[in-house]
Design a protein around this ligand. Structure first.
Ligand code: ZN
Length: 206
């Protein structure tokens, strides 16, 4: 669990990143921190990318059904306009925002805001996702969460895609992905490649 640093001074400006694989509890952790800020009478705003409308248009909903109101935005720059008179900003599914997000977070922090960003650190091929690498670099604190590997029960760091698609973004989590450790992820990737090759061979035969 993340314990808020005692050296953090209100209004000093601050960036926190919560990252990890799917099902690692990123949204739950984001909501927990935001609720605490809200209880402390701080003005809290939450933003998420427009692309993420899996469950609800207005709420960030985590897998354990705890929810918090949020504003969907199409471009990262919009957050600057919408974040007037706010002390704490939450940003969920940060990997889906455009390339301006790190700059936006930096300028919010420079204006004295506490910025809490949650996002997937790796895509379905295990590659760094979107601007998360930059956000990790400019963050004041980083929390990397782990899920449980669905194959071996170890700590999962990867999001394994069970359906075949080359697109980086396939929504509809539970049916399409499962968390896996590095070893089980690699084994799954190998099997997927074999299946894809076989399908290509069959197509050529026809
Ligand atoms: Zn495993």
């Amino acid at each position: 669990m993340f314990i808020e640093p005692t050296f953090y001074q209100k209004n000093q400006g601050w960036i926190e990143v919560i990252c990890g694989s799917m099902f690692s509890g990123k949204s739950e952790e984001l909501i927990r921190r935001l609720k605490r800020a809200h209880i402390a009478n701080q003005k809290v705003e939450i933003f998420k990318p427009l692309i993420d409308n899996r469950y609800d248009d207005e709420d960030i909903v985590s897998h354990d059904q705890s929810r918090i109101h949020s504003t969907p935005v199409g471009a990262a720059q919009r957050i600057l306009l919408l974040a007037q008179d706010v002390e704490v900003i939450g940003i969920d599914e940060a990997q889906f925002f455009d390339e301006n997000l790190p700059e936006v977070c930096e300028s919010l922090a420079q204006n004295g805001l506490r910025v809490i960003v949650a996002g997937l650190d790796k895509d379905f091929l295990g590659r760094p996702f979107g601007t998360i690498p930059q956000l990790l670099a400019i963050a004041d604190t980083v929390t990397k969460l782990h899920a449980i590997c669905m194959k071996c029960g170890g700590l999962a760091t990867h999001s394994f895609r069970k359906v075949s698609s080359k697109e980086q973004v396939v929504l509809g989590e539970k049916e399409s992905y499962e968390p896996r450790c590095r070893k089980c992820f690699m084994e799954g990737q190998k099997l997927n490649a074999q299946v894809a090759n076989r399908m290509e061979d069959n197509e050529m035969d026809i």
